[in-house]
Design a protein around this ligand. Sequence first.
Ligand code: SF4
Length: 331
Amino acid sequence: MTPDAEFGYELLVCRYAELAWHPSDGPRPAVVSRQLGTEERRWDTVVIEVDPAAFAARRAFGERTVDSDLLHVVRNAPAEWAWYRDALPHPGYPWRYVRRAVHRAAGRDLIEERRDGNRIELRRLRPYPDWVERIVAVENKPDLDRSAADRLAGQLAHDVGTGLADEAWLATETTGERVEPALLRELPVEAGILATDFSEGVRADAAEVAWHPSDLAPAGDGERDPETETLRLEIAERAYGKGWRSFREAMRPDCRHFELRREGRALVPYCAAKEKVPTGRECSGACAEFSPEPPKWRTKGWPIEGGPGKGVAALLERRRERERDRVERVE
Ligand code: SF4
């Protein structure tokens, strides 16, 4: 498979995870995103396992990511009115940035804000819930060869070492064949192996567990330090706001060659001009074959205002909403 095809594979893995998480332990409510992590390590697919009731409470804070500055305000906002400097712990950076974050949080209805003389006071509207149960990192490698296995071994060893994720997996395409045991021996034993067969597209049974992962959470009552917990929450918030269908934001669904194609139960982007799944980098305004959808398409027969490009965007957005509704309903 070419690197371009890896992008398409990644989308299929994301959709599979949305349909079938957890691969070995049975259904668990989860939010799926992609290309997230820290400065040192970016994960291909990220699965955030959630507590459904707490997830419903999180949704009351809106559909967008609560970023790190806002989290500082929202998590520490008091039940009763208080001066923000009394109420919030010192953030480790100047208070004026916190003041800005308080204004932003109030502007998004995450908290309430008022002025008492020249003091800014805040009060919470609702407690910020503890909605994240586990964070799972999945590396996607459709073609697992020796050099890919070597690289992945290093990356997965990093995940095992930092304990930022609770579980790490490698997903690899097998189309009915066994994964080469010699390659698997290269990988850390703690990482799970998911053998996918997407030859007929994505289905809930389109993958098998070739190796079970170990829990990477600190053993016993060993808790993660507060910085790691905060970092995990920031990743989870970005996953929540971004989802995995956000590829459309980096692409040109308004190009006449852009299509969404069905791969089993997944919809993936397809470029009719290049006859393949385009990457975000290729499918941009700089693409030599970019051709805007004709204005006629925007007025004739398209049920959604704005023509097919807008329609694609709206369709993917609806899918994301539907998945969030489904996660909330899981018992
Ligand atoms: S021609 Fe270029 S911009 Fe248009 S869909 Fe294909 S890759 Fe995207």
